[in-house]
Design a protein. Structure first.
Length: 455
């Protein structure tokens, strides 16, 4: 193991004061979300019943490349930002690669993942609008934990629907949300019409993000002074996450390097977009040639094997129709441990970027992701979240290619969170009982054929 260590930080003054909105610089803008009731392109006002108004405006803003970070949010960022940019000498040595590997360590946030970057912003905008209650869904529990804490910071009540399989598999994440003062319900539940419908058809349904989203939106619509919040997929979430890449850009400059390859794991696209978009702006505006790689699980392969078309973001069809790469909103991913990556669709921005070949996607099998997590833990001392292991696996694959060619490429990946509350998953890996799940082409085709009937 390497004893060389190099970490780069920013001073308080150097922490970015604005987020970056890539929509303004995209040559082909994302297609508009469609209001399913009117079949017309969505206007910000259409989203007002569900989200805080400022977030609705950010969602559809294709004009302003830079958005000021509110002072109150930036003050909270300073509690844990800048997050370290680390030269991963240990990992480089373990692989024996000439590549220079860097990672941005978002696991140092109080809740252990990047999710807090957007949770603070969303809770702030709700508070500013006079909202008193927020709802949300959570899969693995990372987003629920972040939102629960952010709600507490800004004096809001939080109600969280947690995907049932995670609620049972990851009891500590539920305890964390409850410790921050949130009310947590396993989804599907009997507390909403969407949940009842699903349980009536399938009493053993273990839930999915799509189902939990339906329940959380329904509660928000039926509760006075209550808004829904989302931890991924939407463009305003990714906007808030660009703090990661904007910091990384300044930190890489301090290291005297610029990335040839930027990698993030991919659930709905917020941490991938967060680290990538500030660098991608130089590809778009100045013709730089950095490669961007989204690493998704082989069991939920919307980017590598899904179709690009309009689809709902949730199972019940409460969300607008979004133009995205999708496996179909009825897709039930296998119960992999990377709960944060178990989502059927991709955000509209990344979907357009992938279609236009401004980025790439790879799929990683569950066992390969944990192989990477083990190597990284032993080389760098940080036990990564099962989601983050996908980015690490993709980075290792690129570093191995450099070993073959002798190229000294600069690889940057985002460590989206730590895995200290996911040790049950590591236990399974260590005992040899962890398995791969793969989706057959028939499954994908069948689900998408169903989708075409609905939409
Ligand atoms: C939620 C989560 C992800 C996936 O979400 P994205 O929006 O795609 O970033 C990845 N890593 C961790 C640790 C998460 O909590």
């Amino acid at each position: 193991m390497s004893t060389k260590q190099k970490r780069y930080f920013l001073t308080e003054e150097e922490i970015p004061t604005q987020w970056y909105n890539i929509q303004a610089d995209m040559v082909n803008k994302p297609l508009p979300p469609i209001n399913p009731a009117t079949k017309q392109p969505l206007k910000p006002e259409d989203l007002f019943p569900v989200f805080a108004e400022e977030l609705c405006r950010q969602e559809l803003d294709q004009e302003h490349a830079w958005v000021d970070i509110p002072e109150e949010v930036r003050d909270m960022y300073k509690y844990y930002r800048s997050t370290p940019l680390v030269r991963a000498y240990g990992l480089e040595e373990a692989i024996g690669t000439p590549a220079h590997i860097y990672f941005k360590n978002e696991s140092v946030s109080p809740v252990g993942s990047h999710k807090l970057n957007s949770a603070l912003a969303q809770a702030y905008y709700c508070k500013k609008q006079g909202i008193t209650n927020v709802t949300t869904e959570t899969g693995a529990g990372q987003w629920g934990a972040a939102l629960s804490y952010a709600a507490k910071v800004f004096g809001l009540e939080a109600a969280v629907y947690q995907v049932k399989i995670s609620y049972n598999q990851k009891p500590y994440r539920r305890s964390i949300m409850q410790t921050y003062g949130a009310q947590v319900t396993a989804s599907p539940s009997m507390s909403t019409r969407a949940g009842k419908d699903i349980l009536t058809k399938d009493p053993n349904n273990q839930g999915s993000l799509g189902t939990a989203i339906s329940e959380a939106i329904e509660l928000a619509l039926n509760t006075p002074n209550c808004k829904y919040t989302l931890g991924s997929v939407l463009s305003h979430v990714t906007l808030h996450q660009t703090i990661i890449g904007l910091e990384a850009e300044k930190q890489m400059a301090k290291a005297g390097e610029y990335p040839d390859i930027v990698i993030g794991c991919f659930g709905g696209g917020s941490n991938f977009g967060g680290i990538s978009f500030p660098f991608m702006r130089h590809n778009i505006l100045e013709g730089k040639k950095t490669r961007f790689i989204a690493a998704e699980p082989a069991s939920c392969p919307k980017l590598t094997r899904g179709v690009f078309q309009y689809d709902f973001g949730d199972v019940a069809g409460y969300t607008p129709l979004l133009p995205m790469y999708t496996l179909g909103h009825n897709f039930m991913p296998a119960n992999i441990h990377a709960g944060g990556l178990r989502y059927h669709g991709a955000g509209v921005i990344v979907s357009q970027l992938l279609k236009d070949k401004l980025m790439e996607a790879v799929d990683i099998k569950q066992l390969e992701s944990f192989d990477a997590g083990m190597l990284f833990s032993q080389a760098e001392g940080i036990i990564p979240a099962p989601e983050s292991c996908h980015a690490i696996a993709a980075a290792i694959n690129e570093a191995k290619k450099c070993k073959e060619t002798g190229e000294e490429k600069v690889i940057l990946f985002n460590l989206s969170g730590h895995g200290l509350i996911d040790m049950a998953a590591y236990d399974q890996y260590l005992s040899g009982s962890l398995q791969n799940y793969e989706v057959t082409d028939e499954d994908v085709a069948k689900n998408i054929a169903e989708l075409e009937k609905v939409i």
